[in-house]
Design a protein around this ligand. Sequence first.
Ligand code: F6R
Length: 362
Amino acid sequence: MPGLDLEEIAIVSYVLDDAGRRSALDPQDMVGLVVRTPEFLREGWELGLHLGSPPPPPRHLLVLGMGGSGIGGDLLRGLLYDRVGFPVTVVKDYSLPAWVGPQDVVFACSYSGNTEETLSAYEAAGRAGARRVAVTSGGQLADRARAEGVPWVRIPPGLPPRAALGYLLGPMLGALHRWGWTEGLEEEVGEAVAVLRELSARWGPEVPTADNPAKQLARALVGRLPVVYATSRLSEAAALRWKTQLNENSKVYATWNVFPELNHNETVGWALAGQPEGLLEVVVLRDPEDPPRLVRRLEITREVALGAAGLHEVWAHGHGRLSRVLSLVLFGDLVSVYLAYLNEVDPTPVAAIDELKRRLES
Ligand code: F6R
């Protein structure tokens, strides 16, 4: 393990490589849920294939959802960015844009079915006459969809919403395929499931730190502020996912941004941000398909801005877009859980979110 002395290697290995120690820190087995991502994706895809008769292609497609239930929409937007003839808008709020109308299709995604912003936007979509589909494990969203005859996908209950990513993204992909709105998704999902299975085995908890790049990166992030950069519209959602998983699983502050936009503002901020050496640790999510112009931007950004900050590149795997973006997501999900272990926190509870929801209800 580069950069570590023998004592540190012993501590890291004790925390990350000892199964008993891991399960003491992770009693609800978040890591086990992360490595099941490919199975959840396959099951979610199949649920979407059973959605009823196809609506005509929409003027706009909207995805409503907050936090762990909204990220599926961000991923979908990136996947479809340059391949469908309708815009995809992700709504993470109570209200909808004024232009929403009867020619639009809305996926309302809430794992619990009880998230007030999503419920409010779902009602607004109904008032606007949009065609709605709900994706949920139950709660008020399921009750309302049932009562109003709105088609809904029932996903299995009992998971932390952010661990149910495959169940939240999969049904939308399955529906788009069944409705004939986009080509090639069946092959992409098949490839993604196979690639993610293989990567889960390579980066999973049983693989010792010395051979496990996800554990090694988690070690490098201890005590640092992670800055996650994406290089494209496709991987933008993966960078956001990294940030939110670092927040919720590892309980740390983190930031994210995307090229080329960050070259027009954030790059200047590094003039002072890079000064306290050892504070920031940059993770760049790389894609073998990054165009040469982007690669050049990255090289220049390193030289003119990033200075002494630690810098790590994480590469996408697979051929199709879905494999590429989800391989980046999987790596980040595992890093966030391993960092939780190194921070000696249980990755599953999100006490501040629970408390906030409780206080808003009362
Ligand atoms: C919890 C999590 C949160 C929730 C969010 C919305 O694991 O990731 O970000 O996803 O508070 O709740 P749901 O998903 O139930 O609509």
